[in-house]
Design a protein around this ligand. Sequence first.
Ligand code: G1P
Length: 318
Amino acid sequence: MSEHSANPSSATAASGRPRAVKAVIPAAGLATRFLPATKAVPKELLPVVDRPVLQYIVEEATQAGIGDVLLITGRGKTSMVDHFDRRPDLEERLAKKPELLAAVKRTEELAAIYTCRQPEQLGLGHAVGFAESHVGDAPFAVLLGDEFVKPAEPLLPAMLELQARTGGVVLAFFEVDAAETSRYGIASVEPAEAELSDIGEVVRVTGMVEKPKPEDAPSNLAVLGRYVLPGTIFDAIRRTEPGSGGEIQLTDAMELLRNEGTPVHAIVYRGTRYDTGMPLGYLQTVVQIASERDDLGAEFRKWLAEFVNSDASGGPNT
Ligand code: G1P
């Protein structure tokens, strides 16, 4: 994927349109799948080794050149904002521990963090709608708060480039098993215009549906939690009726724009996607990231191999 990625340092695409420079992270959800852990701790702050999930997501945005991040939060989730705030008391105590001090300061210096509240959780589309006064009519990125991609296999730079070229909606897809379509937005596609092929594996979207049953799914291409949207999405959200699960769905608002002539393209992402939205995916993410860490990866992998082969894990053949 990375060889296809556009250069994030150029702010304007070949079309002359500016790239999106702001990101929105909807993070107001209740995270019932992680209760009771998420009764007092937002799921976005669950640690993956020594950084909360949310930090990986903000780092993904900043790595793509986005330094302005709006967190859409909800009741009881203010600690998400605290994570990116300064802690002079802590800094003072860490004066003689430069590595820890740098790790703490990094969270403060990553990006300019803004917040707003979604008072009721009425769906992803509804949450994104709260970003309007912050982003205005410029294009912007949306990063869902419980998934991220491997930093060495970035996705956002190519999406930002694609949106600046088309001016429309830009998505990313990954392939899922047919049985899993009812967990995602699913799209039907056709080949994209030839002049977009230098950006990566780009397709043009011909239809989208939120969480279809396998028998109704138009393909096995699932919407990944990264979007680059034009400012017209806000008006479309206002015109979107509740859909799947009785919620105002972003997928439905994007489909409304597509039906009215807005081009919708997507990059098929074949890199590594970490999904921390459910306990199993969260555990897999922790194990994968821990295994790759320079500081503890070797020791952890050795232990993991021994554990998998031991009676304690049920043995190698079960
Ligand atoms: C959301 C979107 C869905 C997308 C998914 C990706 O669903 O509505 O279209 O495929 O994120 O993770 P959620 O996971 O919030 O139910």
